[in-house]
Write a protein that binds this ligand. Structure first.
Ligand SMILES: NC(=O)c1ccc[n+]([C@@H]2O[C@H](COP(=O)([O-])OP(=O)(O)OC[C@H]3O[C@@H](n4cnc5c(N)ncnc54)[C@H](OP(=O)(O)O)[C@@H]3O)[C@@H](O)[C@H]2O)c1
Length: 249
């Protein structure tokens, strides 16, 4: 399968890319700034391409997706993973920061979903093929990484929570539109992970996450990656939100 994992230069995206690579899939490693980290991930995967794009920019995303299809002929799995956070109380959140978080986490996912889906619906899109579902074809998958904060909200994380809640709405709507094309669209919610994003959050947030965890552990990106690999191999599961957290809502 051709798998495109956004934000796979580090953190959860890297774990997902490596897990897909170990299973023999072709993996697109995508990054914004951290080129050498992205290349280091790619060097551990038998068949990989490293491509750069700012997820906020529709044209950059479209060029990236077009390049993948040019090189590998299509996309079977899209994982919308790239994300940012900006901690601030609502009354101290600037319009610029709010837009930056929404544009990255929500519009960025839309940009990839919108462009990649045109090829996933019909792999012969550019070649003027017959269109629509190919009956003997395995399901294709669009998996977006949302968050516990998107379901529960969190003081100090309004923009992030709004973006992740929006991602769930986007997922459920796309699932309804794409099921007839055998494209499964789901959201996955990891627990609190000690990636760069998790480490950079304030100490209090880490303490609370650990306290609220029933297993008193942070979430392991490799476990989340295993789940995503499993989901990407299924058929008939779509429009769902998989909460991999151990905090109870
Ligand atoms: N960490 C947690 O506790 C946690 C919990 C729940 C959900 N999540 C979600 O899981 C996903 C991965 O998070 P993480 O913890 O692995 O984060 P991370 O370590 O900070 O990595 C973020 C990734 O996103 C990329 N990225 C950020 N802004 C981008 C942009 N404008 N254009 C293109 N790429 C961009 C980064 O690329 P560069 O390396 O090039 O900068 C990097 O690859 C995010 O969607 C996050 O919201 C995280």
């Amino acid at each position: 399968m051709v798998c495109l994992v956004t934000g796979s230069s580090r953190g959860l995206g890297k774990a997902i890319a490596l897990a897909l690579g170990i299973r023999g899939h072709r993996v697109v490693i995508h990054y914004r700034d951290k080129k050498s980290e992205a290349e280091a991930v790619a060097s551990q995967i038998k068949e990989s391409i490293v491509l750069q794009a700012d997820v906020r920019n529709f044209n950059e995303v479209k060029s990236l997706v077009d390049e993948v299809v040019k090189q590998w002929g299509g996309i079977d799995v899209l994982v919308n993973n790239a994300g940012v956070t900006k901690e601030a109380l609502l009354m101290k959140t600037s319009e610029k920061d709010f837009d930056m978080v929404i544009d990255t986490n929500l519009k960025g996912a839309f940009n990839f979903l919108r462009t990649a889906a045109s090829y996933m619906i019909n792999p012969h899109f550019e070649k003027g093929g017959q269109g629509g579902i190919l009956k003997n074809q395995s399901a294709r998958h669009i998996i977006s990484i949302s968050s516990f904060a998107g379901l529960k909200g969190k003081a100090g994380l309004s923009a992030y929570s709004a973006s992740k809640a929006g991602l769930i709405g986007l997922t459920m709507s796309a699932a309804q539109e794409f099921s007839e094309y055998n494209i499964m669209v789901n959201a996955v919610l990891p627990g609190y992970m000690l990636t760069d994003m998790g480490i950079e959050s304030n100490e209090k947030a880490k303490e609370v996450a650990l306290h609220d965890s029933l297993v008193k552990e942070f979430s392991n990106p490799d476990n989340v990656a295993e789940f995503i690999c499993y989901l990407a191999g299924t058929t008939g599961i779509t429009g769902q939100v998989f909460n991999l957290d151990s905090r109870i809502l």
